[in-house]
Design a protein around this ligand. Sequence first.
Ligand SMILES: [Ca+2]
Ligand SMILES: [Ca+2]
Length: 189
Amino acid sequence: MLVTTQAFSFYNGSSRAVTSITTLTCYGASKSDCVSELVNTSIQPRQRGTVETDLVLPRGVNDYVVKCRVTFAGSSTPVNCPNEVATPLRQNVLYRISASDGGITGQGVTEIDACDVNNDACCNANDFSVVATKYAEEINPTEQNASDINGDGIINGFDLVFTQANFGKGQGCRLNLAPELNPELRREP
Ligand SMILES: [Ca+2]
Ligand SMILES: [Ca+2]
């Protein structure tokens, strides 16, 4: 069994506390084998909180879909996260979401997509540079910034580590790409 992490950065702009976040990760040919993980939390109104869940997947499972649900104080009906995150290889998933009394906005992305700060489909030194130039910048709790990769409200070494850990990964990388991520290389003999 191998562990991946689902990390949530959550701004609670609603009038009720967030009491738990549940992730549901499904795999298999029809994505019908699922494991779920519930984490209790207490993110009060007008606060930002971060929550991490470890997700244990069977060995050999690399292709899966992550969904999540959020439960608010006083409600027994969880609210679905805005999107599902599909990944063809094992990696962490990061959610940067906000709640209001009208619902939940924001999105979850794979770690590789999150590291692609300049949005050119490749995580490399250019993304590292973008993050580095914003070093120590603080992000208002109600806002999100691509360079705050882990969504904790400050751009710093933790975000730089994310870009370094994913150098050369992404569908748009031409050079020094890990073979399992590059369809062109995979087709070569
Ligand atoms: Ca990039
Ligand atoms: Ca950060």
